[in-house]
Design a binder for this molecule. Structure first.
Ligand code: NAD
Ligand code: GDU
Length: 326
């Protein structure tokens, strides 16, 4: 029988891709999602339990019905800009609901939890590459809420029989290689889908948020990681915990960065069409450069990025934007 994994937020962008990769690796992904930002149509590889992660009865029932051995917690709000305008919404879902969920897992006897954290926990980098032990000084409520739950996990694991892996993602991008799931945020703010929509004419011309940063072309640098590589990292983290691995945190990125203008140029070349764009003011809370030091994850897990070249990221993202079934 397949090992069942409870996937909180499995109807979302990264969660649904991870469910596909879990199923391909012989696990049964059981999604728990309130569909606040997710899509029913994205849950294709296992059951969907349509409830809030705070729902104790439903979480305990899922654990018992499916004999859940491990969980992955993707369910959160994740818009940096929105978090600065409505911080309470972020602490409520990303800390209070997440802590309730973790305690339901503990009560149900689940001993392994993988958590979606973010490079936004580091704040403004003090080094060119950011390693896991870099100081954590978030500059927005979103990053701070994720860091707070990292802290809660630490103390929960001290008090209970729970081991966890924190995965701090850099910039998730791209779509499923077979086009089955992809990035369909109702309120899209991410660079790559907006570039594709601008090129395809399904969205507005792109505004480049500032070109006066101290980078080679003046635009910010990010480390873009393909969502399939990200999903594979979750499967490795689950295997690590089920094999008795101890609680730890890992960056998930490539170790390489691209400027915004480099992404636009790559998209124009790969899509064979112009990306209408103009330069506007900086966006609040945007660090100049965020690039991961990925030596720890590479040396601990059997993992390295395979699909995170600009060509694969943009090709799969553009294909998804053209077809978008949901
Ligand atoms: N997209 C990125 O670049 C990125 C980067 C770093 C970290 N992350 C983190 O990865 C995770 C997934 O991100 P995503 O881009 O797939 O987001 P998403 O919005 O597509 O997915 C989140 C899912 O969680 C569900 N959800 C939210 N709150 C819930 C609750 N209280 N109960 C039940 N379900 C709930 C939503 O309905 C949605 O299906 C988030 O935790 C996010 O903070 C994302
Ligand atoms: O319309 C746009 C959108 C974005 N950008 C630029 O493109 C880069 C990437 O921006 P995204 O919004 O795609 O991603 P972020 O780097 O802001 O955020 C991502 O990385 C963060 C870590 O800092 C968090 O984890 C967050 O959840 C995740 O989406 C940034 O330099 C941003 O200024 C533009 O110029 N124009």
């Amino acid at each position: 029988m397949s090992t069942a994994v409870l996937v909180a937020g499995g109807a979302g962008y990264i969660g649904s891709q991870t469910c596909k990769i879990l199923a391909a690796n012989g696990f049964l992904p059981v999604t728990i999602d309130n569909l606040s930002t997710g899509h029913k149509e994205a849950v294709k590889w296992g059951p969907l339990i349509e409830v809030d992660i705070r729902d104790r009865e439903a979480v305990l029932k899922a654990i018992s019905d499916y004999d859940i051995k491990a969980a992955i917690h993707f369910a959160a709000f994740s818009l940096v800009g929105e978090s600065t305008k409505d911080p309470a919404k972020y602490y409520d879902n990303n800390v209070a609901a997440a802590t309730a969920f973790a305690s339901h897992l503990v009560e149900g006897g689940v001993k392994a939890l993988v958590f979606s954290s973010t490079a936004a926990t580091y704040g403004v980098p003090q080094t060119r590459l950011i390693a896991e032990d870099h100081p954590k000084a978030p500059i927005n409520p979103y990053g701070d809420s994720k860091l707070a739950f990292e802290g809660a996990l630490h103390w929960l694991s001290q008090a209970h029989d729970l081991n966890y892996v924190v995965l701090r993602y850099f910039n998730a991008a791209g779509a499923d290689l077979e086009g089955e799931v992809g990035e369909s945020h109702r309120c899209e703010t991410h660079l790559i889908p907006l570039i594709c929509q601008a090129a395809l004419g399904t969205g507005k011309a792109l505004t480049v948020f500032g070109d006066d940063y101290a980078t080679k072309d003046g635009t910010p640098i990010r480390d873009y990681i393909h969502v399939v590589d990200l999903a594979n990292a979750h499967v490795e983290a689950i295997r690590y915990l089920l094999a008795g691995g101890k609680s730890d945190a890992f960056n998930v990125g490539t170790g390489e960065g691209l400027t915004v203008l480099e992404v636009i140029k790559a998209a124009e070349a790969i899509m064979g069409m112009p990306v209408p764009h103009s330069v506007g003011p900086r966006r609040d809370g945007d660090p100049e450069i965020l690039v991961a030091d990925v030596s720890k994850i590479r040396s601990t897990f059997d993992w390295s990025p395979k699909y995170s070249d600009a060509e694969t990221i943009i090709r799969t993202a553009a294909q998804w934007q053209k077809t978008r079934p949901y």
